[in-house]
Design a protein around this ligand. Structure first.
Ligand SMILES: Nc1ncnc2c1ncn2[C@@H]1O[C@H](COP(=O)(O)OP(=O)(O)OP(=O)(O)O)[C@@H](O)[C@H]1O
Length: 325
């Protein structure tokens, strides 16, 4: 069996916070990450999901060596991140969507040249990789533009290039498409897919954008309150937190809310009605068609956002019953 590229077990990290009014300040220990355990094999794309404050960034920081764990085990590329940070930096690429590692005042090309020195990449290798990434990420039009003048999408492409010039085995991304428009998001996603399939680069990403998850992640890890709450594929996640499918009915003309067995009309807008299904869609469709004049019908699968939200709610109601694979 191949060695995992990421390995964590019983991983935890506490922070001491000072709280309360000035004269009665108290120190309180909070566990940002309580008990996280998962492994990632080379070549996987894994989405690391969870609500705000669940512990995603803290985990990422432990994986990349920025933070030392308070307890538990973490190995990345066979190294202990916080103790072997420099060696690890040569093997992984990291992009935090809301921050840039590029030099703000330099043209993108010069900023990327400095990155080469940082990672001690030989000049010819750097030139070849830069040419390849320039083509894949379409950097040419803005290579001479100072980083501060780049759009968010252009800067993200620059940051990805900087993270990949030393050809890392693992790419760790924290919110890689945050704030980007639809076209830029799609360009980044397609690029990441190619990187994974053509170069075999392993990718671990946090995201609140469920389009990222649906397009990229064959596997998702859900973290809630600092613990691994789910580890599996999207279909498994959907099955874990069953969320009804919706039948969208376009009637020929507006009508009162439809009443049929096996469905509940949850929304009406003019001639369009949304029916939440609790049974086989075929039965509902034939019943609706029998009793109403229909212009169009669409069956909608539950949005993954809703599925994840249901999983969080389930976790809060019954924390010990969280599904594990
Ligand atoms: N340096 C710190 N000192 C004190 N508390 C911290 C620190 N860093 C994180 N925390 C707390 O730990 C918890 C987890 O934070 P973390 O940033 O890892 O969550 P997250 O899942 O990345 O959230 P988001 O999606 O909002 O980025 C939060 O309650 C946060 O306030």
């Amino acid at each position: 069996m191949t060695e995992p590229i990421i390995e964590t077990a019983n991983l935890g990290r506490d922070f001491v916070r000072t709280e309360g009014p000035l004269l009665r300040r108290r120190r309180r220990t909070v566990s940002a990450v309580q008990d996280v355990g998962f492994t990632v094999a080379p070549g996987e794309i894994v989405g690391y999901l969870g609500p705000n404050g669940a512990g995603k960034s803290t985990t990422m920081k432990m994986l990349t060596g920025i933070l030392a764990p308070s307890r538990g085990r973490v190995r990345v590329c066979g190294l202990e991140p916080s103790r072997q940070r420099t060696r690890l930096a040569a093997r992984i690429g990291v992009v935090f969507g809301q921050r840039t590692t590029l030099w703000w005042d330099l043209p993108l090309r010069d900023s990327l040249a400095l990155t080469r020195h940082l990672y001690r990449v030989p000049a010819d290798l750097h030139a070849a990789r830069l040419a390849e990434l320039t083509e894949l990420l379409e950097l040419e039009p803005f290579l001479t533009t100072p980083v501060r003048q780049l759009s968010l999408g252009q800067r993200m492409r620059g940051d990805l290039t900087a993270a990949l010039l030393h050809a890392p085995e693992l790419l760790v991304l924290d919110e890689p498409t945050i704030g980007l428009d639809v076209v830029s998001k799609s360009a980044i996603r397609e690029f990441l897919l190619r990187l994974n399939t053509e170069r075999g680069t392993t990718i671990l990403l946090t995201t609140h954008d469920l389009g990222d998850v649906e397009r990229l992640c064959r596997r998702v890890l859900v973290i809630d309150h600092g613990r691994t709450a789910f580890d599996g594929d999207l279909a498994g996640l959907r099955a874990t937190a069953p969320t009804p499918r919706t039948l969208v009915v376009d009637l020929v003309q507006p009508e009162a809310p439809i009443v049929v067995p096996g469905a509940r009309t949850v929304r009406v807008e003019g001639p369009r009605q949304w029916l939440e299904l609790s049974t086989n869609p075929a039965a509902v469709v034939s019943e609706v068609a029998r009793a109403h004049r229909i212009a169009d019908l669409t069956l909608r699968e539950p949005d993954i956002e809703e599925v994840v939200a249901r999983l969080y709610r389930a976790g809060r109601e019954e924390p010990t019953a969280l599904p594990r694979p």
